[in-house]
Design a protein around this ligand. Structure first.
Ligand SMILES: O=C[C@H](O)[C@H](O)[C@H](O)COP(=O)(O)O
Length: 223
């Protein structure tokens, strides 16, 4: 199976998960990226039972609206039942690296509000130790050089993502060369550097459910 076929399979499994578990009329959080895009296309078929969605990026909002799926303002709602999103890496503790598409901050906000975080991935994303995928860090533009120096002190090699401005008007530093053996500690440590908006480690609030697609089918893991 190609990687796209695996993404399609896991997106279908996530649609079924939502159809089974999200109460009719409840709010669904929707992630960003190529796997999330397959999921958005799948949920068009069940849009009448979804009360509305919270999008984790402008691109996701546009795709949802293209299917006639209602996109709401997070400030107008107080609960999200399920949040479905992809990841760049996920480890055995269900901690993730996210932000390959630059949407990490809004994704982290939606994840914080959601009752259940369902991560959807193909099997290539599951790793024993995270860090091979460069860790994205969203920074306030005027602080990018300072934050880079601070990240170097942690042993990383930050690289400014060329041509990328986030939906929030900020920059992304991709930190190479980390071996993330303490995801919770590293997430907290990087987030306290002045000028960092947030980093792509989702460890303090990891996934609750992982739907993982491999050639022999989609497996479900729970935290
Ligand atoms: O900012 C992007 C998100 O964190 C994505 O969920 C992540 O990069 C995975 O994307 P994809 O499904 O395209 O591999």
């Amino acid at each position: 199976m190609t990687q796209d076929e695996l993404k399609q399979a896991v997106a279908r499994a996530a649609r079924d998960y939502v159809a089974d578990r999200l109460p009719v009329g409840a709010i669904l959080g929707v992630g960003t990226g190529s796997t999330a895009n397959f999921f958005i296309d799948e949920i068009a078929a069940i849009k009448d039972r979804i009360g509305g969605t919270i999008a984790s990026s402008e691109a996701t909002a546009k795709r949802l609206e293209g299917h006639g799926i209602r996109v709401l303002d997070l400030n107008g709602i107080d609960a999200i039942g399920i949040y479905v999103d992809g990841a760049d890496e996920i480890d055995a503790s269900m901690a993730m690296v996210k932000g390959g598409g630059g949407a990490l901050t809004r994704e982290k906000i939606v994840a914080a509000v959601a009752k259940t975080f369902v991560c959807i991935c193909d099997a290539s994303k599951r790793v024993p130790v995270m860090g091979r995928f460069p860790l994205p860090v969203e920074v306030i533009p005027m602080a990018s050089a300072y934050v880079s120096r601070e990240l170097e002190k942690l042993g990383g090699k930050p690289k400014l993502r060329e041509g990328m401005v986030t939906d929030n008007g900020n920059l992304i530093l991709d930190v190479h060369g980390l071996s993330i053996t303490d995801p919770v500690g590293l997430e907290a440590h990087i987030n306290q550097i002045v000028g960092v908006v947030t980093n792509g480690l989702f460890a303090q609030r990891g996934a609750d459910v992982l739907l993982l697609a491999a050639a022999d089918g989609v497996q479900t893991y729970t935290r």
